[in-house]
Design a binder for this molecule. Structure first.
Ligand SMILES: Nc1nc2c(ncn2[C@@H]2O[C@H](COP(=O)(O)OP(=O)(O)OP(=O)(O)O)[C@@H](O)[C@H]2O)c(=O)[nH]1
Ligand SMILES: [Mg+2]
Length: 406
């Protein structure tokens, strides 16, 4: 471990929680003059802002390119799951169809009608699709790059929005090449497809486009992870956090990223926790806020796809029951969240002191002292940290069960 000053500098260079520099300055001065009571409303406002942030993602491209399949993949759904977008049907809707994220109701994927029409003009199409309302566009293309893809990309760029070019069904392309050739080099073939997309987009006047070769049916292969990363990195701070929480839970890396985002919320919840709903912890002077703790654990479970709805979908895929799945991963936090379950967490939490690497302590001088052992802020804070750690381990175990079933 580095010395204290270097770890402090490291912490300071990170994006400071969810706050802008201006907001942090306000938090600092409010805390200095009025203590915790004065910053509570600011934190409440921030948590509300996080919960109310909308994200609208438009998915467009030629008819049959794989738009609906991609949307289902991003929502962690299979085409048979309830609420999934219909796949493989003939062109049905002429209006954008919004698909709400399974656990984040403010995140919506918009399935735009295919651009297959011969009378297609990108300008009028985007106008009809309510262009302005989307945070970014994903153009899905299968097979050859088409004139419509180029027109659409150009128009989206001209209107000042971000787009990502997704070449879908790469699994099928590579498979058919593999069958037809004696010698087959997957990386080389992917390289050729990639540079063809880049050069076609270049011809359409888009230098250095974002191009990703994916299979919506095999999310742990090809460029799927890099696409998710690029989409997240292209968003501003708060939207980025929301998008990360909305990602499909298909890899340990994604689970880790979600946990990083959820961790940033814990200290705010701890400070917001009041005396209402607090229960004393036997043998300790501190109480923990049951309402906040249980609400947060339920939210963590959803974000890590450990709620009954997500486990139900996994159960269908693996041919097991939800109870079997829960039994297999053995986690006390997947069942009913009763007082004894929380109290067990409390007793684990008291042993931990305030860690010097907790980033936010450096942004608001003096705030760290609130989280000492024996304080109710500290109790709520450490319980939620412990709960999140346990849930992360559970999510990784569930992922292993899902992988074994594939
Ligand atoms: N192998 C493979 N097949 C895919 C992939 N994505 C989509 N498909 C298949 O391609 C067909 C069309 O997919 P859809 O998702 O319905 O395409 P769409 O763009 O929504 O089509 P329209 O709504 O008609 O414009 C379906 O049979 C999918 O199963 C992929 O990544 N790999
Ligand atoms: Mg479709």
């Amino acid at each position: 471990m580095g010395n204290a000053s270097s770890s402090q500098q490291g912490a300071q260079s990170e994006t400071p929680t969810y706050f802008t520099q201006e907001e942090l300055n306000k938090l600092k001065s409010e805390f200095a003059t009025g203590g915790v009571e004065k910053i509570k409303p600011l934190l409440e406002k921030k948590v509300n802002e996080l919960d109310n942030t909308e994200l609208n993602i438009a998915v467009t491209g030629e008819t049959g390119a794989g738009k609906s399949t991609f949307i289902n993949a991003m929502r962690g759904l299979c085409s048979e799951d309830e609420g999934a977008a219909a796949v493989g049907t003939t062109e049905t809707t002429m209006e954008p169809t919004g698909y709400t994220h399974p656990y984040l109701p403010n995140v919506r994927y918009w399935d735009l009608p295919g651009t297959g029409s011969t009378r297609f003009t990108a300008g009028s199409y985007l106008k009809k699709m309510q262009f302005k309302t989307y945070d970014f566009f994903i153009i899905v293309a299968a097979g050859r790059f088409t004139e419509n893809d180029a027109k659409l990309a150009k128009e989206i760029k001209r209107l000042g929005k971000e787009f990502y070019f997704v070449r879908s069904k790469i699994d099928a392309d590579l498979n058919s090449m593999r069958q037809q050739r004696d010698e087959f080099d997957e990386d080389a073939e992917m390289g050729k497809i990639r540079s063809d997309c880049v050069s076609q987009l270049g011809k359409a006047g888009i230098p250095d486009p974002n191009v990703f070769l994916i299979s919506s049916l095999m999310k742990n292969m090809y460029d799927f992870y890099w696409l998710m990363k690029a989409l997240a990195d292209g968003l501003p701070n708060i939207k980025k956090s929301v998008f990360v929480l909305a990602l499909p839970n298909d890899s340990v890396e994604v689970i880790g990223k979600k946990v990083e985002v959820l961790k940033k919320r814990i200290w705010m919840l701890a400070i917001m926790s009041g005396v209402v709903g607090s229960i004393p912890v036997p043998g300790l002077s501190a109480a923990c806020d049951m309402g906040i703790v249980i609400g947060a654990i339920i939210y963590f479970r959803k974000c890590l796809c450990l709620d009954d709805a997500a486990l139900g979908r996994l159960a269908l895929r693996t041919g097991k029951s939800v109870e079997d799945l829960k039994g297999e991963v053995k986690s006390s936090l997947l069942g009913e969240l009763t007082a004894p379950v929380i109290l067990r967490l409390c007793l684990g939490a008291v042993a931990i002191g305030v860690s010097v690497v907790e980033v936010f302590f450096y942004f608001i001088p003096g705030i760290g002292s609130l989280f000492g052992a024996g304080s109710s802020f500290g109790m709520t804070y450490w319980i939620l940290n412990d709960a999140l750690k346990l849930l992360m381990e559970t999510a990784v175990k569930v992922l292993a069960v899902a992988k074994r079933a594939q």
